[in-house]
Design a protein around this ligand. Sequence first.
Ligand code: CMP
Length: 500
Amino acid sequence: MSSIYKLYIPTLFLLGLIGAELLGADWLIPHFELEQQEMVELSYHRGLWIFIWLLGSYSCQQLLNVFFWQKWISKSMGGEVPTLLINLSNVCIFAISVAGILGHVFEMSLTGFWTTSSVFGLIIGFALRNMILDLFTGLAVNIDRPYQIGDWIEVQQRTADMNVLGKVVEINWRSTRILTEENRLVVIPNSLLTTFVVVNLSSSGLETRFETSFTLDFSVPPGRAKRIIEAAARSLIYEEGFCRDKEPHVLLRETDTIGVHYLLRFWITPWQGVTPGQATSKVITRVVDHLTQAGVTLAYPKQDHYFAEMPIRHYDTRNHADSKIILSRLSLFSSMNDRELSQVSDKMRRRFFYKGDTLIKAGEEAESMFVIVEGLLEVRAKLSAAKSDVRINELLPGHFFGEMSMLTDEPRSATIVATTDTICYEIGKEDIREVFENRPEIIAMISETIAKRKVLNDAIKKEWSDREKREETDSISKSLVTRIFSSFKFKTSHQQDQTP
Ligand code: CMP
């Protein structure tokens, strides 16, 4: 019925008027004195045409509205056409009718009109650029429909606590209005919406997953923590708004100085009896209840302080007690007990050598060995009598040297030179005699090192293969043990028992 008044009657009236005007019906024109008649007629025709243009614009708007927007577009879009679009088309039609009035009725140049309106439009456009941006974003929202009226959306901003979650109650040409859970109306300009991420929670059904996290102490085993939290969340699934067919589950998200962070994921149908805020509150309450029952508390920032004697971070090679500790750290002496270590450390001498000093000269007779504490040494030997010394190896902290002569009574087999300033402990043959007598395994260890060194030196001289080197090492090592025992004049039975 309303379309009769809005559409058909004005249209019929319009057609009638146009017909009457075109057919030259001038029975409506009031008659005056001759000199006024022409002006009256002109005003009458102008007025009539203005009326026709305006009525025409109105009829066009109604026609477009009823047949184009409501019937065709609305059907193809499968929903109501946004008022914003209809209003826009109405404004365009009205602008055309104004142009028609100016051009047709007042015979003005339309080029001027369009030029003036373009310049005017430019100025207005510049001044109202934000509004125009809002308008077009609003249009895009209306056409693209990322969300509709009634949808629950979350507008995500730079930080999570600034996110806006609510129900879309209006989308107009300028803004989108969201009614939040707290019953606040948030008006977001459409142009701003294009710069934010908008999450539509209603797009694929209302069932939505939410999450909340709990931090428990490291001492709580993860399996137990997960069991308690999961059970608590599961106990809520029959409550209104919670999804029964979607199980909540717990993930171990990260660990930090406070404890282990557990992420609980649960499903609800928001705004169907429970809002996300209410659901999260229920979940947290339930989890805290379950944790309390189980005797587990949430973790809080803390620092553990242990009081213990400060370990020595710097040993002094001159200090007697420290030098004993340094000695005990060397692999050669690591198996010795405190008494044995004292026996050696009490008698050993600390020696300092400058870079370039010769510590041992090949061919000399000697009865002491050295252990390196700091520095770097170079082992040099002659490959043949005619040639001069060449570098055959290097000795690092923790290594020992000079053992060959001390244990086998042979002259020094190589020359040792300090590559850097070096600190060593020198141990005399007699100073270590008792320890060696009780510790044949140390003699075996030294014998193996001597054998390796001898073989290395011979291999360099004779260019032996790896197999030859191995065989030679074994045989030298065995014969050495015998020699060392006889050099120290240890008992033969002991020697036989302990030989490896
Ligand atoms: P001694 O023979 O008493 O004096 C020289 C020392 O040089 C010797 O004991 C070994 O300790 C050491 N020496 C000899 N050859 C080597 C080698 N190839 N690698 C490391 N040290 C060696």
